[in-house]
Write a protein of this length. Structure first.
Length: 517
């Protein structure tokens, strides 16, 4: 209810940012006979070899059913709002099965209202995050449902397929299940008894189990667990084999856009310390999510570490705190706490640019799944408060979070307002300037479009694609001499097929502008 109430404001909105680009550029959306291409190539043809065939297919189904005209965007937004409501409910249910109903209620409410999730719901492409979360959390919830049965093992397999075919983080589900099984064995008798006392769970044994002796029940449970292990191992192996034949896991970082992930330019100590800066930024947004933006490209975060950067020290503190809490969980045999800490680390590790750089250095949407385990940890701490204190604290948290979520979510209804605020909040986000310039051009405001493109060139002057973009804009607005100058600059930085194509287009347009002899 909280999730729906907060995000109903997005339903009158239009397509924005990434999904707007997808609608403009994907020629296969409205033709079901071409949807098989999504299973044969990388996600949106990106150089980072993402493989999300089910995500693209689900987008295509919605586009086919709803249409891709801006006036039909509300239908896509309804789906996104309902998905977030479903994920929030699953967060509460996972917390209930791990701990008790009080922690569950706190977890679900905070997750539903947390402002860091606005980008996922506001931008339709965020459905990938939500489908992956539905599969992952649904599988964890079913795994905690005892006893395990063959039917439940198959259901977990299907949820795994949903998660892994919609987003790469889904590959982590088998590891999360292993950690969950091991951590639950760690629980001390006192914690287990306390959990049972506070956790009133409806009977979940099938009727045929009720009449069986205990030993037979345990045998069936063990056999079903073995089946689950086999199913997950086989399916993960098949996925890796199939995916490697379609798009390789490894991809050449040379082709990575340096504005999308500026860490491509990081060398030496910067390469090793930048992940701490990113961790500090994510941690700050989880704890105090006030300054939010849809894009952090270019010099917004950059590629060099400054030792006066508070986010560097926030990242160091977050890392130390994780080790302290993990040690405490081990000493106290608090398996649930340890599992949540491991859940944060495992799901964040894939997107933290730690071992290798990914297709983006920073994005709020990437924290949709890791924030689940963070929120449950926070809820476990808050649940220790007295009832009156808990009500007061939760009221403050929910009111503050809801206000920020509502105001930021409303901004996603208008692309121009969203982009204008974004470049003010993150003036180094060069790609957001490009989106804003294009939006001005589409609205017929050529002067503002040209001025915004000029500002982007000042932000990151050695970024070849902004010069190519400026040339394309200049050609569209009839500034052919400027276009030639921009293309020459782009080629001096990094020659590209796009620049060559624009140069050829420029040459075809020039005779039409020259006076007849």
């Amino acid at each position: 209810m909280v999730a729906i109430a907060l995000y109903v404001v997005t339903i009158p909105g239009t397509f924005a940012y990434d999904f707007y680009g997808l609608v403009r550029n994907d020629m296969h959306l409205l033709n079901p006979h071409e949807w098989d291409i999504y299973w044969q190539q990388s996600y949106n043809g990106g150089v980072d070899n993402l493989y999300r065939p089910l995500t693209s297919t689900l987008f295509a189904v919605q586009a086919y059913l709803f249409g891709i005209d801006g006036s039909h965007a509300w239908r896509f937004h309804v789906i996104s709002v309902l998905l977030h409501a479903g994920v929030s409910a699953l967060v509460a249910e996972l917390a209930r099965r791990l701990t008790n109903s009080r922690v569950a209620l706190i977890s679900g409410l905070i997750y539903a209202a947390h402002p860091i999730h606005v980008e996922v719901i506001g931008d339709i492409v965020g459905q990938a995050e939500m489908f992956c979360a539905l599969g992952t959390l649904g599988a964890l919830v079913l795994f905690l449902h005892r006893p395990m049965t063959n039917l439940r093992a198959v259901a977990i397999l299907l949820l795994f397929a949903l998660a892994v075919l919609t987003k790469e983080q889904g590959m982590l589900l088998p590891l999360l299940l292993v950690c969950l099984a091991l951590c639950l064995r760690l629980r001390s008798p006192a914690i287990a008894a306390q959990s049972r006392a506070l956790h009133v769970e409806p009977p979940d044994e099938p009727l045929e189990y009720a009449s069986l002796p205990v030993t037979h029940r345990e045998t069936r449970h063990t056999n079903a667990m073995k089946l689950l292990v086999l199913l997950l191992c086989w399916s993960l192996g098949a996925y890796v084999f199939f995916r490697e034949r379609i798009v390789k896991f490894w991809w050449d970082r040379y082709f990575l856009d340096p504005a999308i992930n500026p860490m491509k330019l990081s060398v030496g100590i910067d390469r090793w310390l930048m992940p701490l800066v990113l961790l500090g930024r994510y941690t700050t947004l989880l704890v105090f999510p006030w300054k939010l933006a849809p894009d952090y490209s270019g010099t917004a975060i950059g590629w060099q570490v400054r030792f006066d950067d508070p986010y560097l020290y926030a990242g160091i503190i977050a890392l130390l705190l994780w080790f302290i809490l993990a040690t405490l969980a081990l000493v106290r045999r608090n398996g649930v706490m340890l599992f949540c800490l491991l859940g944060v680390a495992i799901t964040y590790g894939l997107i933290g640019n730690i071992v290798t750089i990914i297709g983006t250095n920073f994005a709020e949407r990437l924290m949709y799944l890791p924030s689940v385990f963070f929120v449950i940890l926070v809820a476990m701490g808050l649940a220790r408060l007295r009832k009156t204190s808990l009500i007061a604290v939760m009221a403050v948290i929910l009111i503050a979070a809801s206000v920020r979520t509502f105001t930021y979510a409303k901004r996603w209804n208008d692309r121009l307002a969203l982009y204008e605020h974004a470049v003010k909040d993150e003036p180094g986000a060069v790609r957001m300037y490009m989106a804003l310039a294009y939006e001005y051009y589409e609205r017929g405001d050529n002067d503002d479009a040209i001025a915004t493109a000029a500002k982007a060139r000042e932000v990151m002057p050695n970024y070849a694609r902004i010069w190519v973009f400026s040339a394309a804009l200049a050609i569209k607005t009839g500034q052919l001499d400027d276009a030639e100058r921009f293309l020459n600059r782009a080629n001096s930085i990094e020659p590209s097929p796009a620049a060559l194509a624009l140069m050829q287009e420029l040459e075809t347009k020039r005779p039409a502008t020259r006076p007849t002899q």
